[in-house]
Design a protein around this ligand. Structure first.
Ligand code: GLP
Length: 242
């Protein structure tokens, strides 16, 4: 089932995303959250911090598993996804650091890091809610369009378009890593519920293609159509073709 929520403005967009996560934690304080990076969820994390400070939500018993991490960036690199999560959310709430998980981008053998993450996810059981942003090329996590998609966590070579899009966070495109570890499409679709969020005119075409177009490896997010419980939160601009 696909439930599309069109929000009125930035505030409403962030409140809606944070509200869904908060309601889950209120009914199940031990919820397992799948989290995402990118600019889309930043305001949602900001709202969650606000709600935590007001006493409306606690993460004390929750656990989190992030979608992906760049290969080659140490955890304390300003653009590593571990650092992003610490700064944008984890450092400001009551989650136990040992309950937060991000794949390691610095293992000598990245393949082993991907397998370790896969094992960790298997041990965790089922993710209750997987938050997702959407790449301009239809990627989710770092599952890039191609001839085939992988199910479990694996290593990916990043699309030039993805590297370009993410270059804004680095000094230059040359500094953007070429590879990443990402949960696979199988790991993502295994979640009980998926919360896909997108905002801005530049996401309008791709989100319509993902949710209404054919299910194809050329648009990894199109596989979300096969999931039984997806909530889509968009702003007016991203949702104009939905
Ligand atoms: C990044 C991340 C994705 C994210 C996407 C969109 O490359 N790996 O998880 O959803 O790109 O990012 P943004 O939200 O900044 O548009």
């Amino acid at each position: 089932m696909l439930n599309i929520i069109k929000t009125h403005n930035e505030e409403h967009f962030n409140e809606t995303g944070a509200g869904i996560i908060t309601s889950l934690l209120q009914s199940n304080p031990r919820a397992i959250l799948g989290l995402a990076t990118g600019s889309t969820p930043v305001g949602v994390y900001g709202k969650l911090i606000e709600l935590y400070r007001k006493g409306s939500v606690s993460f004390k018993q929750a656990a989190t598993y992030n979608l992906d991490e760049y290969i080659g960036l140490p955890a304390d690199h300003p653009e590593s996804y571990r650092r992003f999560m610490d700064e944008k959310l984890f450092n400001h709430i009551d989650i136990l650091p040992e309950n937060t998980h991000v794949p390691s981008g610095v293992e000598a053998d990245p393949q082993t890091a991907a397998e370790d993450y896969s094992r960790l996810l298997d041990e965790a059981g089922q993710i209750d809610l997987q938050l997702l942003g959407l790449g301009h090329n239809g990627h989710i996590g770092f599952n890039e369009p191609g001839e085939e998609l992988q199910g479990p966590p694996h290593i990916v070579k990043l699309d030039e378009r993805t590297r370009l899009a993410n270059a804004r966070f680095f000094n230059s495109i040359d500094e953007v890593p070429t590879h990443a570890i990402t949960m696979g499409i199988g790991s993502i679709l295994h979640a009980k519920q998926i919360l896909l969020m997108a905002k801005g005119e530049d996401k309008a075409e791709v989100i319509a293609r993902a949710l209404k177009g054919p299910i194809t490896t050329k648009c990894p997010a199109s596989f979300l159509q096969t999931h039984s419980n997806v909530v889509v939160v968009v702003d007016q601009a991203a949702g104009k073709w939905l």
